[in-house]
Design a protein around this ligand. Structure first.
Ligand code: ADP
Ligand code: MG
Length: 687
């Protein structure tokens, strides 16, 4: 058969389950396999005499089978007894077993078994040990046996072979010039060979806590690749072009400021200026506007939009939910329509002729501002002159969506400016590491006249006291949110929970209107309920987490969150931010159902102790660690697999110092380093 034919044949053979499982784990290239490091190791390099195997030890023993029988009393159990030269016996118990077990473990066979030693009724025993038949002269393993992160359909033995082969084949030449790598660290090849197959004498502790020089080398490599890709993205962005947008004197911006019912806070003024300066440059802005819930990001977005429109360009504003998009639409319409601007509204529920009208208005440029949900980035949506794209609650969007928005102007060799907004601030260490390429503006001041929210934590047993408190508050004219958790597995259960609570509160609050809002309602129904609550006729709103982001009803001053232990910290903080928006002192009650995990306790305590979104984010990072904190969806970046931002801050500093030097002096080395570590994912970092 010709050589050319074989690859195509290979690619048409169906993939085996383990192959698919490997792909799922991202183990595609040899280098990916080489960098797939063991979780832990098993020691098959020595045999422990049974007499010296003590309870709790994880050891390998070897001996001759003296008994092998199936015990039929009660549950079927395979009982095997082995004996070694130390004269001691070890009992092996198997609750699940096959005929092949009995064959390998037949009386007279010599076997090596490995597992945890327990003390049973008949002396030393192991339950479901690993075992294999051996000869008296079968050699022991020369190195510790790696145990890799895997999945159910990927047996360790298969993975071990694949990794060993990948490690052999992978190109692990030293890329970094001498002097770049911190002294006393092994080469990459040495480090990887060692970590996959450590010598028997290696103290396991240095492998487990990653302090071993081989680990240090890997972490350094990873941090360097990560810094390089960030800096590379930053430099590439500087080469892109965007329309330079400037507001006209006496133009829209000034008119909008004059028309607002309030003056800007100092922080709002400052960030608006930072944004205006970026917009005036011919390179695309890539800026994150962060500010605690209620800090007033929307008006800053409106001012940025006004700059773009004043300069003769269009602006798009995208929000993650229909409710939030609609709220922005109403607010911005109220501010901008009186100034003579045309604002279009585009979500999944706008259909037919109305939709076509919006699409036309975006495409011919007559709609200066387009507000909507994900619908804004659909292929069908074209803009005549998109100058600025704003993404609210940016962490709810994926990288691909951000990229799609940026491409909406690609035909002109230009990219729009990008403003992302978030109420979940990024802690400094993360910003330095993952977002070197992102400019950040921070609103660190709340509009005047807000009183802080008091947060109280109660066990669900106090539910009735809380309901009495609601009765009091509602009688005094207050409005109340009651939030029920989202139960991931079952939307139906989620709903029944909310429905029950709604019935309970309706009964307790006779004569007052109690509403229900949940994810299964049609957009029009949701909007109608929201409108009643915002208008004040509805006093209590029972809602699932659909209200999570951005809803703005200043008269609401009490929030109850049921099963607060099921929410994440930043989610709780977001929810709490729905109250405390008016002049009234507000209260947030967190009801929990015990027993609480340590993490659960930490979260609720953090909520009770602070109202500061930055402090909350810091604690969230402490509780969850950076990977979880950001979620891979948010960053799109390969999160650090090996290095730890806090623990490895010295290596991080070295990498930050070296990255620009390497980029300047040996760009081809830098590119190879990034490719080796991030592969195709590096593109993603640029979004
Ligand atoms: P967030 O930052 O959470 O998106 P919003 O933009 O929704 O906050 O603003 C919260 C509330 O504060 C809104 O009702 C908004 O109109 C009001 N607001 C914003 N800026 C000011 C200000 N400078 N003075 C008074 N109220 C303001
Ligand atoms: Mg908002």
């Amino acid at each position: 058969m010709s050589e050319a034919a074989s690859p195509s044949k290979a690619s048409s053979t169906p993939k085996s389950a383990p192959q698919k499982a490997m792909e799922k784990l991202g183990l595609l290239r040899d280098i990916d396999l080489a960098l797939h490091l063991p979780l832990r190791y098993e020691d098959e390099t020595r045999v422990t005499p049974i007499a010296e195997a003590f309870e709790g030890d994880n050891v390998q023993c070897e001996g001759e089978v003296s008994e092998c029988r199936v015990d039929l009393r009660g549950r079927r159990v395979l009982l095997v007894r082995i004996e070694d030269d130390s004269g001691q016996q070890l009992l092996l118990r198997f609750i699940h077993f096959y005929p092949s077990h009995q064959k390998t473990l037949a009386v007279g066979n010599r076997v090596r078994v490995r597992g945890e030693v327990r003390h049973g009724f008949f002396g030393r025993e192991m339950v479901h040990p690993q075992f294999k038949a051996v000869q008296a002269d079968t050699p022991l393993a020369a190195a510790l046996t790696p145990v890799y992160p895997s999945s159910a359909s990927l047996p360790q033995a298969y993975l071990r072979k694949a990794v060993a082969a990948g490690l052999q084949r992978a190109d692990l030449r030293e890329l970094l010039p001498p002097g770049v790598v911190p002294a006393k660290l092994p080469t990459l090849r040495e480090a990887l060979n060692f970590l996959h197959h450590p010598t028997p004498q290696t103290p396991l502790a240095t492998l487990e806590d990653h302090s071993h020089p081989a680990w240090q080398r890997l972490k350094f490599e990873e941090l360097l690749a990560q810094q390089l890709s960030q800096m590379q993205a930053q430099r590439e962005r500087a080469l892109l072009h965007a329309p330079a947008l400037r507001a006209k004197p006496g133009g829209l911006v000034e008119q909008l400021l004059a028309a607002l019912p309030f003056g800007l806070t100092g922080a709002q003024q400052r960030v608006s200026e930072e944004i205006a300066q970026d917009l005036a440059l011919p390179q695309p802005m890539h800026r994150l506007l962060q500010g605690d819930v209620g800090s007033g990001k929307t008006v800053v977005a409106a001012l940025a939009a006004a700059v773009a429109i004043d300069a003769g360009w269009q602006c798009a504003l995208m929000a993650p939910t229909e409710i939030l998009a609609e709220q922005h639409f109403k607010k911005l319409l109220g501010w901008l329509e009186p100034l003579g601007l045309k604002v279009a509204w585009l979500t999944g529920s706008v259909k037919g002729k109305a939709r076509q009208k919006m699409l036309d208005a975006a495409a011919d440029g007559s709609a200066q501002l387009v507000i909507g949900t994900h619908a804004v980035i659909e292929d069908k949506v074209k803009f005549a002159k998109l100058g600025l794209a704003i993404i609210d609650e940016q962490h709810r969007f994926g990288v691909a969506q951000r990229l799609a928005l940026r491409k909406k102007l690609a035909s002109m060799d230009l990219e729009p400016h990008l403003l992302m907004m978030s109420a979940t601030p990024i802690p400094r260490t993360l910003a330095m590491t993952y977002f070197a390429d992102l400019a950040v503006s921070t609103i660190d001041e709340l509009p005047p006249g807000r009183s802080p929210i008091v947060t109280k934590v109660f066990a669900d047993a106090k539910r009735w006291n809380v309901i009495e408190k609601i009765q009091e508050e509602v009688a005094r004219g207050a409005q109340v949110y009651w939030v029920c958790p989202l139960i991931e597995e079952s939307e139906a259960m989620d709903l029944s929970n909310a429905t029950e609570t709604h019935a309970e509160l309706s009964a307790a609050l006779e004569g007052f209107s109690v509403g229900l809002l949940h994810g299964r309602m049609a957009p029009a129904e949701k909007a109608a309920v929201m409108a009643q609550f915002a208008g004040g006729e509805m006093k209590v709103l029972v809602a699932t987490t659909v209200i999570e982001v951005g809803v703005d009803v200043p008269n609401a001053s009490l929030m109850v969150i049921e099963h607060a232990e099921r929410f994440g910290l930043s989610q709780l903080h977001q929810l709490r931010g729905r109250v405390g928006r008016g002049a009234k002192a507000s209260v947030c009650v967190l009801l929990y159902t015990g027993p609480l995990s340590q993490t659960g306790k930490d979260r609720l305590r953090a909520m009770a102790e602070t109202n500061d979104g930055f402090e909350i984010a810091r604690r969230d990072l402490d509780i969850r660690g950076p990977g979880e904190f950001m979620g891979s969806r948010q960053s799109g970046a390969e999160l650090l697999r090996f290095a730890d931002l806090q623990e490895d801050s010295l290596l991080l500093q070295t990498a930050r110092r070296l990255a620009p030097v390497l980029l300047d002096q040996q760009p081809e080395v830098a590119a190879k380093q990034v490719m080796r570590w991030l592969g195709g994912k590096a593109e993603f970092l640029k979004a």
